[in-house]
Ligand binder design. Structure first.
Ligand code: ZN
Length: 244
């Protein structure tokens, strides 16, 4: 089976549509693993939720999704992110709200924990350092995990010796999920923060046990124009062009 691994869409319909088209061009996948933050920051939460609901596979909630349906405290966000959460709240249908409320914080599938931030604190914790990854490997109840939240593609590997290493996750390299344990972050579809504004996602083939990262160009200006016309914070629109 082939799985598309998708995180942090952030209501960016242009970016989300571009990666779905890219997956189609690559022959499609059997299922989609969506790692939360479908909403927040961007101008099209309803359309992005509708698209996610049609995909076969598994979906977990992100902190922005939970905040938009009052399941996560707004004061934990910076002022611009909080403004976007409040805007999002006003642009969800009743069906969207029910759907977001129904999403679990974590799922365990095929030897992977799927969650937004970390298995320890799904809505809160960023796995962005070797020491943090090392602690998470200790408490994980599955061999591997897929996470988002940092908006930066990354792989942490726990070697059989117990050593934890960081592996840069770049397009064009097939990473073998073989010996050892892995925490894999596919980067962000709708708001990358690694200096590359292109939408980011991964495809995992569980028979070949290989995962590959893909980056896809999309019409950033169209999303920025929509954000400005919806009076979303200008700084949130500007950062899409820089990928940070
Ligand atoms: Zn996010």
């Amino acid at each position: 089976m082939r799985y598309a691994v998708i995180a942090d869409i952030h209501a960016n319909l242009e970016a989300f549509s571009a990666i779905l088209a890219d997956i189609g061009r690559r022959g499609g996948v059997d299922e989609y693993w969506v790692l939360g933050d479908i909403t927040g920051y961007g101008p099209d939460p309803h359309a992005c939720i509708e698209l996610v609901r049609r995909l076969p596979g598994a979906v977990v909630a992100g902190n922005h999704d939970a905040a938009a349906v009052r399941r996560y405290p707004l004061h934990s966000f910076n002022p611009e992110a909080a403004a976007a959460v409040e805007w999002t709240e006003g642009h969800l249908s009743d069906g969207d709200i029910q759907y977001l409320r129904s999403l679990p914080a974590t799922l365990e599938l095929q030897g992977f924990t799927l969650t937004h931030g970390s298995p320890r604190q799904p809505g809160r914790e960023y796995i962005s350092s070797i020491p943090t990854a090392g602690q998470i490997f200790e408490i994980m109840t599955t061999p591997h995990a897929m996470v988002g939240h940092t908006h930066q593609p990354a792989v942490f590997k726990r070697e059989e010796s117990g050593a934890v290493v960081y592996i840069p996750f770049k397009p064009g390299i097939g990473l073998v999920v073989g010996k050892g344990r892995f925490i894999i972050n596919p980067g962000s579809v709708g708001e990358p923060r690694d200096g590359d504004p292109r939408a980011s996602y991964a495809i995992y083939d569980n028979e070949a046990t290989i995962i590959r990262l893909y980056r896809v160009s999309y019409d950033v200006g169209a999303t920025q124009d929509r954000m400005i016309s919806e009076n979303l914070p200008v700084r949130l629109a500007a950062r899409l062009g820089r990928g940070q």
